[in-house]
Write a protein that binds this ligand. Structure first.
Ligand SMILES: Nc1nc(=O)c2c([nH]1)NC[C@@H]1CN(c3ccc(C(=O)N[C@@H](CCC(=O)O)C(=O)O)cc3)CN21
Ligand SMILES: CC(C)C(=O)C(=O)O
Ligand SMILES: [Mg+2]
Length: 289
């Protein structure tokens, strides 16, 4: 079945809405707080380059994350673990340059904040000053509260990330669902409250049972951003290459593919190759005399 595509302009929502609103200035963390007050849901996508980011900006995506998922999605690493501050800074700056309206959140990569609050502040400051991001994200609940506190004191908005924290893949031995069982659920609740108390403006809930994510969303006054955390979260995030059908191989269960970009791009490359080999490209109209 086909469905009508809603553009920001044709939306019935208020001009303040994060998605569908008419304001053209860049979105801030105050707008994010106001959306929770209104009970409004919003979408977030990752982006790793200026051109893709400009597509999402034009589509009205209000918040983009320059995720350390660039490690596996963009840079060819096996996980997010090897991603460096230099890589994060370069690609975050590109995403900022490619956008006019979205709030850009830069992920702090593994090893850039684990040493403590001062290291976190140094690296977050670099993303803000050199790349121009409006906020940073780091993984961990209670264990990262000190870092969050210092960044927020310094005037850097922080998005927290609890539940499955992929930078700990070597400790987990994979990417398992979190918060199952009473003890794990209590820990997740403590983590969510700790990041809110530390001053985070939003919190990602990754791979958490839907009922638990719903409870966290009701309890917190900051928005929850779900990935594999059910429909009751205030916002939802997906890695853009997963969302668009660009990532090869088997997808996590929480992914919904909204396009078949990998197939479309491969077909375009093959058509170009056939034309070159067969002499159909360039044609007269592509030639100079
Ligand atoms: N392309 C991409 N998409 C992502 O969502 C993503 C990344 N990369 N890189 C960093 C992390 C890694 N993530 C992952 C990776 C695998 C699963 C996964 O396969 N999970 C199982 C659930 C396992 C269980 O039942 O315990 C699944 O089937 O969804 C989940 C999150 C999320 N992040
Ligand atoms: C999946 C999101 C939350 C993330 O941290 C990333 O893309 O790096
Ligand atoms: Mg990440």
């Amino acid at each position: 079945m086909t469905h009508a595509l809603k553009t920001p302009d044709s939306s019935q929502k208020s001009n303040k809405a994060l998605y569908g609103g008419t304001s053209s200035r860049r979105i801030t963390v105050r707008d994010i707080a106001a959306a929770k007050e209104r009970g409004e849901k919003w979408p977030m996508l990752t982006a790793y380059d200026a051109m893709t980011a400009s597509v999402f900006d034009d589509a009205g995506i209000p918040v983009m994350l320059v995720g350390d998922s660039m490690g596996n999605c963009h840079l060819g690493y096996e996980s997010t673990v090897p991603v460096t501050m230099d890589e994060m800074t370069l690609l975050s700056a590109a995403v900022v340059r490619g956008t006019k309206r979205a709030l850009i959140v830069g992920d702090l990569p593994f090893g850039s904040y684990q040493e403590g609050a001062v290291q976190a502040l140094r690296n977050a400051t670099r993303l803000v000053k050199e790349a121009g991001v409006g906020a940073v994200k780091l993984e961990g609940g209670e264990r990262s509260a000190h870092q969050i506190e210092l960044l927020v004191q310094a005037g850097i908005p922080v998005m927290a990330h609890v539940g499955l924290t992929p930078q700990s893949v070597n400790a987990y031995g994979g990417y398992p669902v979190q918060g199952r069982g009473e003890e794990a659920a209590q820990q997740l609740l403590r983590d969510a409250k700790a990041v809110q108390d530390a001053g985070a403006f939003a919190v990602v809930l990754e791979l958490v049972p839907a009922e638990l994510a719903a409870e966290v969303t009701r309890i917190l006054h900051i928005p929850t951003v779900g990935i594999g955390a059910g429909v009751e979260c205030d916002a939802q995030v997906l890695v853009w290459t997963d969302m668009a059908g660009m990532t090869p191989g088997r997808m996590p269960r929480f992914v919904k593919q909204y396009a078949k970009l990998r197939e479309a791009l491969g077909d375009a490359a093959k058509a170009f190759a056939e034309d070159v080999v067969g002499g159909a490209y360039p044609a007269e109209e592509h030639s100079f005399h």
